[in-house]
Design a protein around this ligand. Structure first.
Ligand code: AMP
Ligand code: MG
Length: 435
């Protein structure tokens, strides 16, 4: 254990200095959601792939409808339907002078046609008004014969989406470094990509320790409490973008803990433990890991004190043949959660290759009934609720690191710097937004 205190930033820098982005793999689109692309993706087809209609209506030649109006409609012979998904008119026919083809939105513009007249501007082949026209337009295929009266003229290419008007072959669809969100998945699918090369989601194994821990659903017998950390941290890991495995509670026995960690290494890119890192007896994580040196190379887990509250005792190092990073967090639920937010979340995001490792921070006016006190020389993280409209932040609950109900009501952390010992209401404060 180092005798000096580490600052929050030194500890985080030490962690981030040791984690490298994971090796890229080829993933199916849905599995790539939230991941960072490592290749430039170029478009190989035009989008749209062919000229197509943006309306339900009739594909016509411009000269045939020139000057058409309600009083003197252009009367055209309907020669057939072009359905979405068809290559054009049946038999490869084209639209000739005095002719029209019925088209649905997205259907290819048939050969010979220059524009589309929306069905609302026609009688829909019914001899009636626009309402009837629109009702009749859906009828297939008998609706596609006879004549159609066109009540308005159109310009060339009207209501036509040009081939390649979205993207053209050879253009860059997404540059390397893009984060794959829903619209990016949509674009990749639209250009026909089934898989992409991305950095995978890190696999995070969460292990809680403590002989006092019972699992939710079990009966609580004397002196026991429910294991909330392994649930909260597994959820937080998932929220950060990881694939998270909750191992649950291991009793305060160093050999059992060592064996459990070794068993889990096969599926871990990071191991997170909670509890057993302070200075008391039964500090199982410290006991189990202080003595473990990484077999070949720099490694082992260093237990240190961080100038923060909550979350003073922390462990960090690497373990096993692959030097898997391990973060040992304190056991108090609020300490564990705050430590996760400050140290584990950035590490997960660094493994993913993301550029934004940290939660957004804002400045807000402290809204409180009385001054908040903060220990000298320690960066304090109090739970708060942030009001974006008012630009204020209010503390919820006290500083106690066992207050899980207050934590569940908070959406922000109020940061009181090392040199602050008292913050008056109205003070301008740093706030970490948790959502
Ligand atoms: P420790 O550092 O292991 O002594 O834990 C500090 C405090 O946090 C003790 O009051 C523990 O009972 C509590 N604690 C430890 N682990 C958990 C957990 N997984 N869930 C809820 N409370 C815990
Ligand atoms: Mg314990």
């Amino acid at each position: 254990m180092s005798s000096t205190m580490w600052s929050v930033d030194e500890h985080l820098d030490d962690i981030l200095g040791a984690v490298r982005p994971l090796e890229p793999i080829e993933l199916q689109l849905h599995d790539a959601q939230g991941c960072v692309l490592v290749e430039d993706v170029f478009v190989e087809i035009a989008l749209p792939p062919f000229d197509n209609s943006s309306m339900d209506g009739y594909a016509v030649r411009v000269a045939d409808v020139e000057g058409a109006d309600e009083e003197f409609p252009a009367v055209l012979t309907v020669i057939g339907d072009v359905a979405a998904g068809s290559g054009g008119l049946p038999g490869g026919r084209s639209v000739g002078p005095g002719e029209a083809a019925r088209v649905m939105t997205g259907a290819p513009l048939p050969a010979g046609a220059e524009a589309v007249v929306p069905v609302e501007w026609t009688d829909g082949g019914t001899g009636g008004g626009p309402a009837e026209a629109m009702r009749a337009h859906g009828d297939a295929p008998e609706g596609a014969g006879g004549e159609v009266r066109v009540h308005r003229s159109v310009e060339a290419r009207a209501h036509v989406r040009d081939r390649g008007s979205d993207v053209k072959p050879g253009e860059l669809a997404l540059p390397a470094g893009s984060v794959i969100g829903p619209p990016q998945i949509g674009l990749l699918a639209a250009i026909g990509r089934a898989t992409v090369k991305v950095r995978p989601r890190p696999r995070v194994v969460v292990i809680s320790t403590g002989a006092e821990l019972a699992q939710p659903g079990e009966e609580l017998t004397g002196g026991r409490i429910y294991d909330s950390n392994s649930f909260a941290l597994t959820a937080a890991a998932r929220d950060a973008g990881a694939i998270a495995y909750r191992v649950g509670a291991v009793t305060d026995d160093p050999d059992t803990l060592r064996a459990t960690i070794e068993d889990q290494l096969i599926r871990a890119d990071i191991v997170v433990t909670t509890g057993g890192v302070s200075v008391g007896a039964y500090d199982v994580v410290k006991e189990a890991l202080s003595s473990v040196d990484d077999a070949d190379g720099p490694g082992g887990v260093d237990f240190r004190r961080i100038a923060m509250q909550p979350g003073k005792p922390q462990g960090f190092g690497s373990i096993g043949p692959d030097h898997t990073p391990l973060l040992a967090l304190p056991g108090n639920p609020v300490s564990a959660y705050v430590s996760f937010e400050l140290f584990v979340r950035p590490a997960i995001r660094a493994l993913m290759g993301l550029a934004d490792l940290r939660r957004p921070t804002v400045r807000a006016t402290l809204k409180a009934d009385e001054a908040l006190s903060s220990p000298a020389g320690r960066r304090q993280f109090l739970r708060g609720t942030y009001d974006a409209e008012a630009g204020t932040v209010s503390p919820v609950g006290g500083a106690g690191s066992h207050l899980v109900a207050a934590l569940a009501r908070a959406d922000a952390l109020i940061v009181l710097p090392e040199d602050v010992t008292s913050a008056e209401p109205g003070t301008d404060t740093e706030v970490v937004l948790l959502r």
